[in-house]
Design a protein around this ligand. Sequence first.
Ligand SMILES: Nc1ncnc2c1ncn2[C@@H]1O[C@H](COP(=O)(O)OP(=O)(O)OP(=O)(O)O)[C@@H](O)[C@H]1O
Ligand SMILES: [Mg+2]
Length: 257
Amino acid sequence: MEVISVANNKGGVGKTMQCYQLACHLANQGRTVLVIDLDSQANLSSTFEVQIQRTLIPEWLIGDVGLEDVMVPSGGKGEFHQNISLIPSSRHMANLSKLLIMSEAEIRRDAGRKERLLRIRLEEAKGKFDYVVVDTPPMLGDELIMALVASNRILIPTQAQDYSIDGLEELMDTFEIIKETENPVLEFTIIPSMVNRRRKIEQQRMEELALSFNITPPIRNLVHMQESISLKKPVFMMGKRCTGKNDYQDLWQFLDL
Ligand SMILES: Nc1ncnc2c1ncn2[C@@H]1O[C@H](COP(=O)(O)OP(=O)(O)OP(=O)(O)O)[C@@H](O)[C@H]1O
Ligand SMILES: [Mg+2]
């Protein structure tokens, strides 16, 4: 079972888009996928057509409920959705940090450190899924740290713009700390996201990024990509005109997924 998290502490860079396309692509290849939405905005949950009043993720992480209690089938249409199970989020997720503080003594007994909770809970998913895909919120909080500790790889969508690239430093510092202390196998990949190739400055920023990091082929900023989310159809189900298909094909090939 490979655990892949999509993360960037900057908002609106295409994390949820990436998770949706990745989970659907893997499921369409016949792999079983557990999707975990750790963001209280619950955008990924609604793209998989699952809306719930109150997520049980905090209770699951603390160990009060089991995997079967938090997991639901994807509500999406298309046969491949049968391969997707989802741990949905809701606004209640915003209370996670408070709940973790309240359960501090139990967590210390059970996990040693709260950062390890997701990794420990995912033990129960081993053997049941080929992949776990985790969407994270746009901040360096408990959810993101837990995801870094639980993952084999982190995919980092990044816009080829100054503020996005500046924000990467903070995430990279956290990545290094987690790799040194809790998770030596963790690897990361930077995905240039929502790229507008016609803008010279973006092209230049991408070239600069490529000097410091091993970056993947880019995902362009395309109207069809927004449509893919609104229609709740992954790019491979979109019509011929959807050029985003090619971007994703190149990306999956590069990532060996
Ligand atoms: N390649 C793309 N081309 C065009 N629009 C895109 C692309 N990728 C994402 N979008 C759109 O940009 C917006 C932000 O994308 P998304 O929600 O995936 O970002 P995010 O990083 O998950 O945001 P947040 O930090 O709020 O969770 C959405 O409306 C999405 O449909
Ligand atoms: Mg998101």
